[in-house]
Write a protein that binds this ligand. Structure first.
Ligand code: SAH
Length: 319
């Protein structure tokens, strides 16, 4: 899956295949920007501070966040330096149009040390998982070879412990996501800072195959030709929280995206934006806000989790 997704992101406009929160409403990025600004205040206003985004897609979230922050939090705006972690040259070009002042990085390693506020929306779910299958008393790992699933026996020590895995059950692990969250945790412990992860997945680690492929906004077989569909998997927040705590960081949440956005003013801000628009535009804005927050849409399955310096003060929406 790793290579398939690297090919996919470098060759396609992924946003033809799926729609993410910042692309649904500008209010999403604005609210995340204000979250970053308030978090910066509670962290004691470090200056300079790196405002980092991992996997920024088209750059929409960062552009909306910076616009909101410039308007109402000019001191944060003056202190921040924008760093984008992005591997796809194609998406880097799109980001440069919307966030020309940014500096780009292939990984977190080259982002300057020092206090940071990191944002990552639907980034962890794009990193490649491994899948293990319970077979008899042991485990196999499954791979795709020439468009077919192949299972090879694997040492049980490789498989993350899950209670109650029965014959044929699939257990997943996302090693790059664990490594990323671990590196973020080490940084916020050493240099102070906070990271906000928004992604979809259950609150508790679960057994089951969550690999999904989307092409043209419709589910397709994950075995379709490598690189032609977007591959994602549920994010195991409990596992990643344990990684962050293991590195000495504090974890806040996860909470569901709906209550998080509502607490931070999603609907009030949307109503204000809708004033003075046509009735059709106003209705579309409210519909977009509901899509982000309603439990049956993105409000429940999507979760929000912060990783911060040890004993950091309460964070907005996560207290
Ligand atoms: N955050 C955006 C895009 C989500 S799609 C949004 O919400 O719209 C996933 C993003 O992560 C894309 O920008 C993709 O190119 C990037 N990405 C995937 N794997 C990556 C990796 N290993 N390192 C850095 N960026 C990666």
């Amino acid at each position: 899956m790793g290579r398939a997704n690297a090919i996919y992101y470098s060759m396609h406009d992924p946003f033809a295949d799926f729609t993410t929160s910042p692309e649904i409403s500008q209010v999403f990025g604005e609210i995340i920007g204000l979250w970053a600004a308030v978090s910066w205040q509670v962290l004691g206003r470090p200056d300079p501070v790196s405002l980092v985004e991992a996997g920024p897609g088209r750059g929409t979230l960062m552009a909306d966040a910076l616009r909101a922050v410039r308007r109402v939090m000019s001191d944060f705006s003056a202190a921040l330096q924008v760093h984008l972690v992005e591997t796809s040259p194609r998406l880097r070009a799109a980001q440069a149009v919307r966030v020309p002042e940014a500096t780009w990085h292939d990984s977190l390693a080259s982002v300057p040390t020092g206090p940071m506020i990191l944002l990552a929306n639907e980034f962890l779910d794009a990193l490649p998982i491994r899948q293990f299958v319970r077979r008899g008393a042991g485990w196999t790992e499954r791979f795709v070879v020439d468009g077919e699933w192949v299972e090879l026996a694997v040492d049980a020590a490789e498989v993350p412990p899950r209670r109650a895995a029965s014959e044929g059950d699939v257990v997943e692990v996302n090693e790059p996501a664990r490594a990323f969250v671990g590196a973020v945790a080490e940084r916020v412990v050493r240099d102070a800072g906070v990271a906000l992860f928004l992604d979809y997945g259950p609150e508790r680690s679960a057994v089951g195959d969550s690999l999904q492929a989307l092409a043209r906004k419709r589910p397709v077989d994950p075995l379709v030709q490598a690189g032609s569909a977007d591959l994602t998997a549920h994010v195991d927040f409990a596992d990643l929280a344990a990684v962050a705590r293991g590195a000495g960081a504090d974890v806040r949440g996860p909470v569901a995206q709906g209550p998080f956005l509502a607490a931070l003013g999603l609907f009030q801000r949307t109503e204000r934006l809708a004033q003075g628009r046509t009735a059709a535009e106003a209705a579309a804005l409210m519909e977009a806000a509901r899509r982000l927050a309603e439990p049956a849409a993105m409000g429940h399955l999507f979760k929000v989790m912060a990783v911060c310096s040890p004993s950091c003060p309460p964070l907005p929406g996560l207290a």
